[in-house]
Design a protein around this ligand. Sequence first.
Ligand code: ANZ
Length: 846
Amino acid sequence: DEVYDFASIQKKWLPVWDEMKPFRSGDPDDKRPRKYVLDMFPYPSGDLHMGHAEVYALGDVVARYWRQQGFNVMHPIGWDSFGLPAENAAIKRGIDPRGWTYDNIAQQKASMRLYATSFDWERELHTSDPEYYKWNQWLFLQLYKKGLAYRKDSWVNWDPVDLTVLANEQVLPDGTSERSGAVVVKKKLTQWYFRITDYADRLLDDLNQLEGSWPSKVLNMQRNWIGRSIGADVEFEIEGREERVTVFTTRPDTLWGATFMVVAPDSDLAAELVEGSTPEIQERFGTYLTAVQKSTEMERQATDREKTGVFLGRYAVNPVNGEKLPIWAADYVLADYGHGAVMAVPAHDQRDLDFARAFDLPVRVVVDVNAPVTGVIPVIDIDEHGDPVLPDMESTDPAETGIALAGEGRLMNSGPLTGLSKSNAIKKVIEILAAEGRGRAAKNYRLRDWLISRQRYWGTPIPIIHGADGTEVPVPEDQLPVLLPDAEGLDLKPKGTSPLGAAEDWVNVPNPIDGTPARRDADTMDTFVDSSWYFLRFLNPNDDTKAFDPREAERWAPVDQYVGGVEHAILHLLYARFITKVLFDLGHLSFTEPFSALLNQGMVILDGSKMSKSKGNIVYFTEEVEKHGVDAVRLTMAFAGPPEDDIDWNDVSPVGSSKFLARAWRVAKDVSSSPDVLWKNGDPGLRRVTHRFLADAPGLVESFKFNVVVARLMELVNATRKVIDSGAGPADAAVREAAEVTAMALNLFAPYTAEDMWEKLGYQPGVALVQWRKADPNLLIAESVTAVVQVDGKVRDKLTVSPNISADELEALARASAGVQRSVGEREIVNVIVRAPKVVSIATKG
Ligand code: ANZ
């Protein structure tokens, strides 16, 4: 007797599909409507892992579903194959990053094909191919022409022993390098940036369009990352200096409460102000700056940090009342936010208050937080004399309590603002400042420009040539790609400058303008550039005349469903959104958001923790697939729970999945061994289960309740088995129908088993292209009840209705009933009482 054997089924169908190519999406004559389903492409760091097994199983449910709903589905895949791991592996083992990368791709690709994800392999791409990165360079040049790509000096963490740039995470809490143990210093490097901050408002505002189709968690992470603050720029005169200093504040209403000014110690402004001071102050400042440069931005922003700072010996003048404000340098003010300077209002800002208390600076309250903004004094209680008890007005002095009064209230001690609410005071003070040319409404963002240059080898060379005179010359577009030179002979170890700088033959070129000696830019691009537009390259990956075809983009894009991990919730998605808007502005695209809908899957974990080599708790993809079969692993991923939840591999049962698949498969086998359909009408109970499934599954898939669909399929298989074993047997028409629906639906989760069942049921291969059957509405009434209809107390009709019928529907049926109409005749209906689904009582008069 033939038994379910996943290994032989896999071996049987894979070559058949290779031949059939059922997932090609590029036929220009294909008249089906289109859907673009995209899974985040993998980084080829080794073989596939269980995280890949999850994302590609879930994304494939969606792709396969839309195909069965009549769509031409584009479901492409490629490799995000530039980046640091390849380079590090190459350094460690003395091999070529290219070879390492492409070996891994070959391995992942073999695993992915076995995994039977319904990819259109004709669209495969690798970002490390010159055919791809040529267009990264083209993109760079488009941004450069628009002034959106530029170079500037920026501070980096520098290891003075290893001569390398360090990431923030590589600087230990004591300020030493994780690599060499040396004290880390800050060093200025010239780096390339993309001006994403120009798009801050649009990147923020357009998130509203995605409400409901992206997870709200991701929308909020994006909002916080962009971090728009609304307030004002206020200009302060500085004693002994021509130019004013501008500060950004979200609370211009508190201007009368400013008692000092603070500037970022590492700003140019601080350096300039201190120059006009005494040598002692200069020395104190120098020592302080050295200490500050060892701390990270995170540490500097921590609110519980002890406040430190140095008085610069200089004074600012408050524009509204002429008061002299001492200027301090303190590290809680950041050089690259706002203007790197703040007006300190200790009574109403906690960090300013902590600082004022540490250095004995005055605190002046200018907002009466006990004065209700609404004009009604809140009564807390009534005392024994019947008088209202008002809120406690004592001990709110921030200088005493150490707690800044950040709440709302009415302005006090503030000249023309006194008595106003916060929002009115803000309006008024901006008017006053604007009239005098000393300030204006202003916005600020947390978002920083995107640093895209890397001093590493394995990436896209930046297509710029530097003339001997310091000019920047873009490589002419017809000379792209600027090919990455061979790694052979290059020292890839990080040293703060790009290894490409040492490739003499490559780096020295004639200036395209006048032929004089010039040098190529030796930096490579952040790999987030590669992934910021890859969804467009899939449209025509082999076109060597353009990055993408706008007409194809019109047909397919934006992506209808994007699927991937929440670890990309911020940067990757933000960059892709930014580049899409840039391409829209340049006239290459007609839409401004790349991904219409987003599904984030959780992680695959073990015993409650993330899998990692160091913890030794890795479950290997290949082992699981060998043990349980592809279909069982895929089904387990879909059945585990809501996709966004983590899957603990110890809490799920691929063995159980495999048993279920065998059960489903045996149904088809039983049907196939019983070719004559004997009872034509079929078991009505089973037919109802089948059609209820057909009706419900689409909505469940579209709302990503894959686990519920699987549970319902299990119910269907059980019901089928019951009829086979006890009723009319496999010759029942309802059994065949249920088996066919099971095979059709299993295609979403377990394509090999589904295809094998489909064959057993007598069909040609290609269950993935079989259209989803329509449910018969007559079979959707699960059971029926009898509703009694009375007219003036006498039963006039009995209706057979669904137990879930609504009152309105039941009333309409009752009014339409022939018995009721005969009995009512010409009389007027004055009252109808409906108790769905059992009784309708009609009262008449006349
Ligand atoms: C006066 C003031 C009074 C402020 C008050 C707040 C409350 P967000 O929301 O983060 O934008 N600030 C401005 N530039 C800064 C910098 N470079 N480093 C550190 N802090 C800076 O906060 C804006 C507020 O943070 C600004 O408003 C300023 O303090 C401070 F009752 O100005 B505020």
